[in-house]
Design a protein around this ligand. Sequence first.
Ligand code: ZN
Length: 243
Amino acid sequence: MRNQLELLFKVQTIDTNIINSEKLQAKYHDEIAKLEEKIRGEEDQCKKEQERLEELEKEHRNLERSLNTLEDQKKKIEDKLLAIKTNKEYHAALQEIETVKESLKKKEDETITNLDKIDSEKTIIKKLEVDLKESKSEYEEKKRQIEEELKNHLDDIEKQKEKRVLLVEEIDADIFSDYKRIQKVRHGYALAIATDEQCMGCSMKIPPQIYNEVVFAEKIKTCPHCNRILYVQYETDGKENKA
Ligand SMILES: [Zn+2]
């Protein structure tokens, strides 16, 4: 029976590796998804700032048009001044010029403020673009690294699966169907190491009588608490050889 238990132990080791491999793949998948989400967020931000810049530039063009119109108005009044005959008309024209000048001053101030905003917007965008570029290369690098690691890992898992097929062929059909039944209930872990009267699967104490039977390994014994098949691991030149 010890031989059967050793085979089961080897199969369980491979099954555990397969479970861990699935966890690893899920972890890698999460990492990639997180980086993709980060990039999407940065792209959205870039787009938003780009739209804001376009708005500001549009505003700038409007301000320039207003300035030109006001300059034209001012020039027309100045031309008119030369042809004016009466004092009253003259004062009225001067008043008009003052009003236009005030408007011009206001528009010029607005233009300066707007240009400042355009400048800082461009700085923001430049920084975002640098960040985005960094995120993208980080993503590419991570993806490449993960794909390589995963490929090596999965190649190894494939080899283990092939080995598993050969191991299973040597296991008694009834024993293996018990193993599979327990595995289903215990989320993949059907076999537990027993050491110093303790089940390492559930950490509970194993009654001495059962533990002795596990050590003798004359028949398959299960943990009275978690129902896993118990297995005592011997060192390579185990106690039995020395005894
Ligand atoms: Zn147990």
